[in-house]
Ligand binder design. Structure first.
Ligand SMILES: *Cc1c(COP(=O)(O)O)cnc(C)c1O
Length: 347
């Protein structure tokens, strides 16, 4: 039980008294057939009506899949929107501080900078684990961002470390599980109700294959979700996104089949990469990408570009000198990559 965490002390003062925007659809509940309340165009073309601001049908579907109440869910225009909402809910610009680790997902820092927040960026240790003592010594941060499996390193955060932080950190812990469906650990969703300071981020962009519709998922206590709902743009998830998500979420078998293929591909790519002479280190991966350290990252990156293949060069990132991040593609794409890598080796 975390005795230091008090939600009331973290919410921005100006939001405690805020009356949120009330849309036409918010003010009416029940059934009706004539809607003359929102200045919409009445002629049906499939998208002439405003979307459900709370996306209940989609949340109910996600609630079955993730086994958590729809009331503990907020959906956003990608996880990126939810990251921004969290910062705006809890952090006063120029005053409040957030912690994140490096190397990790770049959006935490950008969102913090846009919101003009103070930043504590703590380096991960040699095993890419967060430094618990250093984090807990920080007494005035409102938010801590953790990413597991971590992008771009591909490893999980040690469960013991997570539990210790959840039990002792004073602020809200945002655990980004964008890649959890590719990992051997289960999501922390099942333990959400034990930790009132935990916000879990998931997304339809990766394992579900819906990066194009922009649908991010935040999971937390009802109290935290209420704060975020109060400040979100009323129609932040559009009708096309809601409908497409409901449609594709019904294909759970296809989803699992694709994950299985990607995991087989990941293992064979790990082995293939280890066999290349210019590869110094292949980091183990719990995600749908692999981090590799090579002799000369810039040289290899340019060679691949000329061969028509784009990967992510991370050589300028702290701790990641000469490292490249490679997403797992289709079996054919991975073969194509290997051919170009072998050409590079033999040149
Ligand atoms: C890809 C990714 C996301 C997904 O962001 P969306 O805005 O939902 O597409 C979130 N977190 C991490 C660490 C990622 O790598």
């Amino acid at each position: 039980m975390n005795t230091k965490f008090k939600l009331e002390n973290l919410i921005r003062t100006n939001l405690k008294t805020l009356t949120p925007y009330s849309s036409a659809r918010d003010e009416f509940s029940g059934t009706s057939s004539v809607f003359l309340d929102a200045n919409e165009n009445p002629f049906d073309n499939g998208v002439n009506r405003y979307p459900d601001p709370q996306q209940w049908e989609l949340k109910e579907r996600l609630s079955e899949i993730k086994n958590i109440s729809a009331k503990q869910m907020i959906l956003g225009n990608g996880s990126d929107e939810i990251i921004d909402l969290l910062m705006r809910a809890f952090c006063q610009p120029c005053e409040d501080k957030v912690i994140f680790c490096k190397p990790s997902y770049g959006m935490y820092k950008v969102a913090a900078q846009i919101n003009d927040l103070r930043i504590a960026e703590l380096e991960l240790d040699a095993n890419f684990q967060p430094n618990v003592e250093m984090i807990l010594r920080d007494n005035d941060s409102k938010l801590l961002f953790l990413c597991s499996p971590n992008n771009p390193t591909g490893n999980l955060i040690d469960k013991k470390i997570l539990i210790r932080l959840l039990s002792e950190f004073k602020g809200v812990i945002v655990l980004d599980e964008a890649y959890i469906d590719f990992s051997s650990d289960a999501s922390m969703v099942t333990e959400l109700n034990m930790y009132p300071n935990l916000v879990i981020l998931q997304t339809l962009s990766k394992a579900w294959g819906m990066a194009g519709i922009r649908l991010g998922i935040g999971l937390a206590s009802v109290e935290i979700i209420e704060v975020l709902n109060k400040i979100k743009p009323p129609y932040n998830v559009n009708t096309l996104t809601q409908n497409k998500a409901i449609e594709l979420l019904s294909c759970e078998e296809t989803y699992q089949e694709k994950i299985d293929i990607l995991l087989v591909e990941r293992n064979s790519m790990l082995n293939e990469l280890r066999g290349l002479s210019f590869v110094k280190k292949v980091f183990p991966s719990q995600a749908n990408f692999i981090l590799v350290r090579v002799e000369n990252a810039n040289k290899l990156y340019d060679f691949l570009i000329k061969g028509g293949i784009v990967i992510r060069n991370r050589t300028t990132v702290a701790l990641l000198e000469n490292c490249l991040r490679i997403s797992i593609g289709t079996p054919a794409e991975n073969q194509q990559l290997l051919e170009v890598l072998k050409k590079f080796q033999n040149q």
